[in-house]
Structure formats: C-alpha cells, structure tokens
Design a protein around this ligand. Structure first.
Ligand SMILES: [Zn+2]
Length: 70
C-alpha cells in the first residue's frame, strides 16, 4: 500500500492538493530561494529545511520574515 504524504503550508496551514500551485522556499546561507514546486519538483538541499507555501501570499510572508519586515 502506497504511503500518502500530505504537505501542509508553513504559512497558513492549508493542505496541498494535486492541482494546487505551490512553492518551496529555502534559506541557503543568506540566500532566499523560491521554487515553483509543480515545475521543478524538489529543490536541492535538506528537505527538512524546505518550507512549503501554498501560494504567492504565503511566499511573501516568508520573504518578509527573511528580510526582517514587521
Ligand atoms: Zn499558505
């Protein structure tokens, strides 16, 4: 029986569906990376360090936090 892995948005807690347009964000030595999940699959690096984001709004929240915005 195949294991079903559910991904949750680290911004708002939404659950990822098949057709959702999600992003992966990662911090890599001071560099903020954003990847289009549907296009590139998994980005390189430690998967536990990758944030899942359900859309642009939640990516912006992560970027704001990275840049120290209030
Ligand atoms: Zn979200």
């Amino acid at each position: 029986m195949a294991e079903i892995i559910q991904y949750k948005c680290d911004g708002c807690g939404a659950i990822k569906g098949e057709a959702n347009h999600w992003y992966q964000c990662a911090l890599d030595e001071g560099v903020f990376k954003v990847a289009d999940w549907g296009k590139v699959g998994w980005i390189d690096g430690d998967r536990t360090a990758i944030h899942h984001r359900c859309g642009a709004a939640c990516v912006h929240k992560a970027l704001d936090a990275f840049m120290g915005a209030k």
